[in-house]
Design a protein around this ligand. Structure first.
Ligand code: MG
Length: 276
């Protein structure tokens, strides 16, 4: 696909995903087996908490902590002063063993990110890609000891090696739509395992199909190297396939059926835009 069309990884990703599904169905094996095996009984999830009022944020964290989630990702980035207060408050609500990842999604300039990091340096939190460019994040990294996750900068294996080997991040987010599908995400994941970098397998967004691929890739990643993943389908109101990941106590498991283990709902998806 890269020979015929440069970039456009979000378009190539579902085609690559479909090829793996065909291989799995043909060989009668679940995708996680083809990708390296099924490590452990399940895959831990994080719950994504958006930018809400303090009351709403408290309500969400309480609800999903009670549902069994042990990891939360808090969206920040609009106002560093308020963000510092929100992070302090939520960290207090969590158990010591719970993980809190704070994600401004590249919203800050280095001075804002450093101010934030200084203000929460006594807390047990992960800082996720505070600034847009790799160089800005490298700059921030030099001023904080908080564990660092790179997300938007992990666009390919070369950047991944810079991020990890350049000593910016101890964790990375691998999104299939950004990397170009299951094949390239598996390559990146395997590199992470070799470099000792933890990986959070994701997609920019998706329904049951993408979420099934996330579950298989995450489940085939040795547990030591996993950052709790996400079940995107369970945030949606429309189901596009049967057999997508089912959330149980803040975890999911890769479907044991062949391939992705899902059956697309063609009545919801409509006519194919591409036939091969
Ligand atoms: Mg992120």
């Amino acid at each position: 696909m890269d020979y015929h069309l440069k970039e456009h990884y979000d378009v190539k990703s579902p085609i690559d995903m479909a090829c793996w599904d065909i291989l799995g169905k043909h060989s009668k094996l679940p995708l996680c087996t083809l990708l390296g095996g099924r490590y452990g009984e399940s895959v831990k999830l994080h719950y994504h908490v958006g930018q809400n009022t303090p009351e709403k944020t408290r309500e969400i964290v309480t609800r999903f902590k009670n549902e069994g989630f042990e990891c939360f990702q808090l969206k920040v980035g609009s106002n560093p002063t308020q963000d510092i207060q929100r992070v302090r408050e939520i960290r207090k609500m969590l158990d010591p063993s719970n993980i809190l990842m704070v994600d401004p999604n590249t919203a800050w300039l280095p001075h804002q990110a450093i101010r934030f990091a200084n203000a929460v340096q006594d807390l047990d939190v992960y800082l996720e890609q505070p600034c847009a460019s790799y160089e800005e994040n490298l700059h921030v990294r030099r001023y904080t000891n908080l564990p660092f996750i790179l997300d938007e900068s992990t666009v390919d294996v070369v950047r991944l090696m810079q991020g990890g080997l350049g000593q910016v991040a101890q964790g990375v987010v691998l999104k299939m739509g950004r990397l170009g599908g299951v094949t390239k995400t598996k390559q990146a994941r395997d590199l992470c395992v070799n470099l000792g970098i933890a990986a959070r397998i994701e997609d920019p967004w998706g329904g049951e199909i993408a979420s099934a691929a996330i579950a298989h890739l995450a489940h085939s990643t040795p547990e030591k190297y996993r950052i709790p993943s996400i079940d995107l389908n369970n945030y949606n109101s429309v189901k596009i396939a049967e057999g997508g990941p089912v959330r149980v106590n803040g975890t999911i498991a890769a479907n044991k059926g062949p391939g992705l283990g899902i059956t697309p709902c063609m009545d919801v998806l409509g006519d194919p835009v591409l036939t091969m």
